[in-house]
Design a protein around this ligand. Sequence first.
Ligand SMILES: Cc1cc2nc3c(=O)[nH]c(=O)nc-3n(C[C@H](O)[C@H](O)[C@H](O)COP(=O)(O)O)c2cc1C
Length: 178
Amino acid sequence: MKIIAICGSPRAGNTEFVLKRILTQAEKSGASVELVLLRNKRIEFCNGCLTCDSTGVCNIRDDMQMIYSKLESADLIIFGSPNYFHNVSGMLKNFIDRMHPFYENLKLKDKKIVGVVVGSSGKIKAIEKSIDCIKVVADLLEMSFVGDFYLIAKNPQDTEKNPENIQKINEFAESLIS
Ligand SMILES: Cc1cc2nc3c(=O)[nH]c(=O)nc-3n(C[C@H](O)[C@H](O)[C@H](O)COP(=O)(O)O)c2cc1C
């Protein structure tokens, strides 16, 4: 199984920690894994040209081109984001907008997708929009949404300092690869 995780946090914090932990567990079970840190990539905004509607490809030449190929070769794609204003981060949303070619070419059809979100609030209304945003991607690209994981944490090391969190992440990772 090939797993690619996309991290939409601008800092080396909780989301990145959760994704790394999931990938480490998956790797131990034999999966091939890769983490893409959007903060280290040059990804332009979608310019709305809609060329991809007729060609199925994006003509903006930036780091997305290499990521398109990685997504196409994955079996499971994990989207990770901090919760910002009850939604995914702008960084992840920009990445999602650049996935529009897949709406036309359906190259991700039937691939599995998972949502991982970290926020400082445990209120349900803080959580549901960000998870919904990832579910919409699954719906429009005809992917299979197979799970979501929400963790409450605020400061960058909050997740790794709490053994209960590590346990929860391990259990979630196991559910993905079993
Ligand atoms: C601009 C901004 C907006 C935020 N909005 C929310 C929010 O609406 N709900 C919430 O639970 N946490 C919110 N937070 C807190 C972050 O989700 C939290 O600090 C999280 O741990 C960040 O994840 P990271 O360490 O992976 O970057 C916000 C943080 C920032 C910087």
